[in-house]
Design a protein around this ligand. Structure first.
Ligand code: FES
Length: 166
C-alpha cells in the first residue's frame, strides 16, 4: 500500500512553516522546500493548502513545483532506481537495462510502484561515463553493467526500508 503522507501531523508542520515564512518577501520557495521535506512530495492537497494560506494562485504554485526538479508531485519509493541514458551509457546499452527493470518491476519510467518500494527514472549523464553503463539505487552506483546484472541488483533491494531495519 502506498504510504499516507497527508497526515494531520504533516499538515500541522506545514502550517507552522507557513506561519514562519508568510511575512517575508517571496515566501513560496522556502515554504515549498520545507513542504517537500515534510511530505516527501508536494501533491495537489499540499499545493492547495499553501495557495490558500499565502494567497498565491494554485496554477502559479503548480508551475513552480513542476518546473524545479527538487520538487515532486508524488513521493518517491524507498528505492529510487535511476538509469543513466546519457550518450556514453546509451551507446553501451543502458536502454536495454532500463527496459529490463521496467519489465521486471512493472513500474514505468517516472513512476513509483503502488507499494511505495521502487521508483524508476531515466537520468542524464551523472558524470561516471568511465563506468558506463551506469545506474544508481539511492546513493549506490553500479557501473559496467551487463543485462545479466540486473536481476541480482533488484534482488538486493527486494525488501522495503522498514523490513531491512526491522
Ligand atoms: S553518460 Fe552515463 S554517466 Fe555519463
Amino acid at each position: 500500500m502506498a504510504k499516507n503522507i497527508l497526515t494531520e501531523e504533516n499538515f500541522k508542520k506545514l502550517h507552522n512553516v507557513i506561519e514562519q515564512y508568510k511575512h517575508i518577501q517571496g515566501p513560496l520557495m522556502p515554504v515549498l522546500n520545507e513542504a517537500q521535506v515534510i511530505f516527501g512530495a508536494i501533491p495537489y492537497e499540499v499545493q492547495k493548502t499553501i495557495s490558500e494560506a499565502l494567497n498565491i494562485p494554485l496554477a502559479e504554485i503548480y508551475g513552480v513545483v513542476t518546473f524545479y526538479s527538487q520538487f515532486t508531485l508524488e513521493p518517491k519509493g524507498d528505492y529510487l532506481i535511476a538509469v543513466c541514458l546519457g550518450t556514453a551509457c546509451y551507446v553501451k546499452g543502458a536502454q536495454k537495462l532500463l527496459d529490463q527493470i521496467v519489465t521486471r518491476l512493472g513500474v514505468k519510467v517516472g513512476e513509483t510502484s503502488p507499494d511505495g518500494r521502487y521508483s524508476v527514472e531515466a537520468t542524464r549523464c551523472i558524470g561516471a561515463c568511465g563506468l558506463a553503463p551506469v545506474l544508481t539505487v539511492n546513493n549506490a552506483v553500479y557501473g559496467r553493467l551487463v543485462e545479466g546484472d540486473i536481476q541480482g541488483i533488484l534482488e538486493k533491494y527486494s525488501k522495503t526500508a522498514e523490513e531491512v531495519s526491522a
